[in-house]
Ligand binder design. Structure first.
Ligand SMILES: N[C@@H](CCC(=O)N[C@@H](CS)C(=O)NCC(=O)O)C(=O)O
Length: 197
């Protein structure tokens, strides 16, 4: 299998963590999606990473589909749980993934500064969603888990990305228990080996 991905991308990182956690043989090819490379556009018409090419040449995207595919085919669904087994856990994963979306969109707003089209409205909206969502994860006790599952992996991707791209967003005071869990878990090799920055 071949994965088009990039080190700073939190979506790519989720897949790269799963690859390491499950000790899979995957060739990782560093890809800048904005280059619009032929291979990426052939695999994913959206022009986004991550994109996974299977051994028969077929391509899978997006990060959640790839992650669920690897979980079902190589981990007996231990990372996401059996389909329909725990809707609250599935919803928590969606919350974390939505917060990654907010953090990436906030970054895009910052990059629009150069074009002079940064929107204070959208900047504030993404920041508020991030703070509200992280507070909700704290309320749910998201860090209070006995094992590393897909939500734990996605949560590490989210929090490291926020620290990397939005260091002024002071989420720790809203989520002290999550912060404690994060400080401990982020040192595990699968996370340390894939940390952005
Ligand atoms: N929903 C997608 C989002 C992927 C995504 O937005 N990736 C970014 C890199 S972090 C990208 O490829 N951006 C280029 C673009 O959107 O044109 C997923 O979960 O994989």
């Amino acid at each position: 299998m071949k994965l088009l991905c990039s080190a700073p991308s939190p979506y790519s990182r989720l897949v790269r963590i799963i690859v390491r956690y499950l000790e899979l043989e995957v060739e990782e090819v560093s890809t800048n999606p904005f280059d619009n490379g032929d291979e990426l556009l052939r695999g994913n018409p959206l022009g986004q990473i991550p994109c996974l090419f299977l051994s028969d040449g077929a391509a899978l995207y997006d990060s959640e589909v790839i992650s669920r595919y690897l979980d079902v085919t190589h981990a007996k669904s231990q990372l996401f749980g059996a389909p329909g087994s725990d809707w609250h856990l599935q919803c928590q994963f969606s919350l974390i993934k939505g917060l990654i979306d907010s953090a990436v969109k906030l970054r895009q707003e910052q990059m629009r500064e150069d074009e002079g089209v940064r929107s204070p409205f959208w900047t504030a909206r993404y920041e508020q969603a991030l703070l509200r969502g992280i507070r909700e994860l704290e309320r749910q006790g998201a860090g209070n888990r006995s094992r590393i599952d897909a939500s734990a992996m996605a949560l590490v991707c989210l929090l490291d990305y926020v620290d990397f791209r939005h260091p002024s967003l002071d989420w720790r005071k809203l989520a002290p228990a999550t912060a404690l869990w994060f400080e401990e878990v982020r040192e595990l090799p699968v996370f340390a080996q894939t940390r952005p920055g």
